[in-house]
Design a protein around this ligand. Structure first.
Ligand SMILES: [Zn+2]
Ligand SMILES: [Zn+2]
Length: 269
């Protein structure tokens, strides 16, 4: 039995002898099946041809990114807190080196994921570190392709998973679209780990919001205004997005407010 992994989105499926017939995550209008057709890989093939690269962004915050690029090519973050390490978002490659290095940093006490495109191999990540809870918003429950007892579905708009570490449900790209607010940065200014729920743009003084990134489909104005309102009470100076080098380095509150305003202006003509 093999855990097959979709090569376009990185989602893993329950172990089987033959690959699944289809990937519902890629057949959703927010993703795509390539013109060449659906294809699959396995954990063994993935760890033979790829590796995870690390960066430290500031004290207590590392990112891991698979190289050469695989599937959606997002990165995951390891956040060090007094209550243990939190994995924010997830990637499909977990190899022996990654297990050894994360273990040396103290393992994982929790996993939290912004939305279904990054669920990937959350089940294997949790099991490799003794089964810490995986926090997913209940509104996206139907996109869990490989249920596991470690998944903890949460409801409502916020959930504090460790002191000063809060999940905020913003919706938008997915109904349960979540960002992580980290209050206890060393300088006390706070940071937002945003996945692609708040997407850091090429001009890192801008963020944007879409229903589908690969298919370039916008969100309605009310959804973008709601995201802006939901972030208003929270203090943060920086945003770390899902992709390599996509970071708003300062004044991130003003960047979000200005980007929301401009987005709605453009939608409304
Ligand atoms: Zn897929
Ligand atoms: Zn996405």
């Amino acid at each position: 039995m093999i855990t097959f992994i979709c090569t376009t989105c990185g989602t893993s499926y329950p172990p089987s002898d033959t690959p699944p017939a289809r990937c519902p995550i890629c057949e959703d209008e927010r993703q795509y099946v390539p013109a060449s057709g659906q294809s699959w890989t396995t954990p063994h093939q993935l760890q033979t041809h790829h590796t995870n690269a690390w960066r430290q962004h500031e004290k207590g915050l590392f990112s891991l990114h698979t190289t050469p690029a695989f599937a959606i090519d997002q990165r995951a973050f390891l956040l060090q807190t007094a209550a243990g390490n939190i994995l924010w978002d997830c990637i499909a490659l977990i190899d022996d080196a990654t297990v050894e290095l994360v273990g040396a940093l103290g393992g994982l006490s929790a996993i939290a994921i912004s939305h279904p495109h990054y669920y990937t191999r959350m089940q294997d990540w949790s099991r490799a570190f003794g089964g810490p809870p995986i926090y997913l918003h209940a509104a996206d429950q139907q996109y869990i392709m490989r249920p596991t007892p470690e998944i903890h579905l949460w409801e409502g708009d916020t959930l504090e998973i460790a002191s000063g570490v809060t999940l905020i449900r913003l919706g938008g790209h997915f109904a349960g679209g979540t960002v992580l607010h980290w209050a206890c940065t060393e300088d006390g200014a706070g940071a937002l780990l945003s996945g692609d729920i708040v997407q850091v743009a090429s001009d890192v003084r801008r963020v944007s919001f879409l229903w589908s990134y690969p298919n370039m489909m916008p969100l309605p104005a009310r959804a973008v205004l709601r995201i802006g309102e939901a972030l208003t009470p929270w203090s943060f100076d920086r945003i770390y997005g899902a992709f390599l080098s996509k970071e708003v380095p300062r004044d991130a509150k003003q960047v979000v407010a200005g980007s929301v305003r401009r987005y709605v202006e453009l939608l409304n003509g």
